[in-house]
Ligand binder design. Structure first.
Ligand code: PFF
Length: 452
């Protein structure tokens, strides 16, 4: 039990599953494969590995340290570590705002996914002609009520888990769902790579084509690394505050990072060989999952319908554990303001629902598509703010705080569990990365992201 409220993860396994549940989500299964394919496959992968392990993992570790050291939400954690510089609370606040915005857009995509799971199960997708999937997706996503209905159902599920509490809700559900997710993704991989003509998909995914790895691709790799590991918005500070005191933060961060990375690669292995085997276009971008994969599933006959159900279930569950972490972060903060957990979760859900509905109405040819914020539809504006601007800002400030403001002795003490475990050369290595490498890399992304 780490926090003042007595909330916390009960076991190391539960803690790892919950944090991995936050990390593994739409970012791994829906987003990673198409951007990896777009920016040079293996070449992108190499850069991505560096960002994930040398920047993302450091951030995860530092957020865990900040969270567990203080047992506070992100807004209170920073000033608690540096009372003489209370302005650092704004970093926590930016993180919470980012969580709020990400959750609203995440809910829209989760709602689509839940709808596709439903349509797979009832057979609607199986009855659509291959050439009509693009129209089907656009009509659905731009319609008024159906997406909102699925957002509401998905959000209700998320809120129920959060209301259940950290141990009995978040931890229990993550311990159940994460292993299921791993089994489902392996099933899909096996099917995909055993299809005739699958090897072209593996080549597309892994063969390094450095000519496609543009500056934009490098920025995309860093943005993706932050998003995928759920760092740069304080969520891991929240989960850090729930970590058991004897948890080895270094080991936990490594496990979660490795797990998140492999699930992203497995998602690519599940998707591209099947797309190639069925002669579909691998550059489908964000629409790949909703417009191209259903064609692939339909071409497999009856078994394709089973795989379609499995795939969209997988995606829904992955999205659920990530959405839970975002709502948990908002709920923890509000319940620290003397409002009960249940009430906090409900209030936050209602507010975020309004924004998610607005984002949904603005998508594609939706009824609010004409409404623009700095030239962008609400959905695109949120996508840009949460993809390229806010997380790097927050990540940069977090890592500056960790590397330059926080007491070095406190960091070592927390990482070594008060001197009971050895942190060895990691101490020097990571401290160097946190002080010099990560801040510079993040600054470059940020400047480039704003210029774009
Ligand atoms: N990591 C999640 C994914 O890859 O889908 C998304 C996410 C969850 C981002 C939680 C940020 C966050 F705080």
């Amino acid at each position: 039990m780490a926090t003042k409220t007595g909330e916390g993860f009960s076991s190391s396994f539960g803690a790892i599953m919950a944090a991995a549940g936050s990390a593994v989500g739409l970012g791994n299964i829906w987003r990673f494969p198409y951007i990896c394919g777009r920016y040079g496959g293996g070449a992108f992968l190499l850069v991505y590995i560096c960002f994930v392990f040398f920047i993302g993992m450091i951030l995860m570790m530092s957020e865990f340290v900040i969270g567990r050291r203080t047992g506070e939400d992100p807004v209170k954690a920073y000033p608690k570590l540096k009372p003489e510089r209370p302005a650092w609370r704004f970093v926590g606040l930016i993180g919470l705002i980012t969580c709020f915005l990400i959750l609203s857009i995440y809910l829209v995509i989760s709602g689509w996914t839940l709808n596709y799971f439903y349509e797979s199960a009832v057979g609607t997708l199986a009855s659509i002609q291959d050439s009509d999937f693009g129209v089907h997706f656009n009509e659905f996503a731009s319609s008024v009520w159906r997406p909102v209905l699925f957002i509401a159902v998905f959000l209700a599920l998320t809120a129920l888990v959060v209301i259940g509490g950290v141990e009995k809700g978040v931890e229990r559900v993550s311990k159940l769902l994460m292993p299921i997710l791993v089994v489902l993704i392996f099933l899909l991989c096996i099917r995909s790579v055993t299809l005739k003509g699958a090897s072209a998909g593996l080549t597309y995914l892994f063969h390094p084509d450095f000519s496609k790895l543009t500056g934009e691709g490098i920025l995309a790799a860093l943005g993706q690394a932050l998003f995928s590991l759920s760092v740069g918005m304080g969520v891991m500070i929240v989960y850090g505050s729930y970590l058991p005191k004897d948890e080895n933060i270094l080991k936990t961060s490594i496990w979660i990072t490795v797990c998140d990375f492999f699930i992203a690669v497995l998602a690519g292995v599940a998707i591209f060989p099947a797309v190639f085997a069925c002669g579909q276009d691998p550059t489908g971008g964000p629409g790949l999952v909703y417009q191209v994969l259903p064609v692939v599933f339909n071409s497999m006959g009856t078994i394709g319908r089973v795989f379609s159900i499995i795939f969209f279930l997988l995606l829904t569950l992955a999205a659920l554990t990530s959405a839970i972490s975002l709502l948990e972060a908002l709920t923890q903060w509000l319940s620290g303001e003397k409002i009960k957990r249940t009430m906090s979760a409900i209030i936050m859900s209602l507010i975020v629902f309004v924004l998610a509905a607005a984002a949904s109405f603005s998508f594609g040819d939706g009824i609010w598509s004409g409404f623009k914020i700095s030239g962008l539809q609400i959905f695109d504006f949120l996508d840009k703010a949460t993809g390229t601007i806010l997380p790097p800002v927050c990540a940069l400030l977090t890592i500056i705080f960790f590397g330059w403001v926080m007491n070095k002795e406190d960091i070592i003490d927390e990482l070594s569990n008060h001197g009971t475990i050895k942190v060895g050369y990691f101490k020097v290595f990571y401290y160097f990365l946190a002080r010099f490498v990560a801040p510079v890399a993040l600054l470059v992304v940020l400047v480039a992201g704003i210029k774009n």
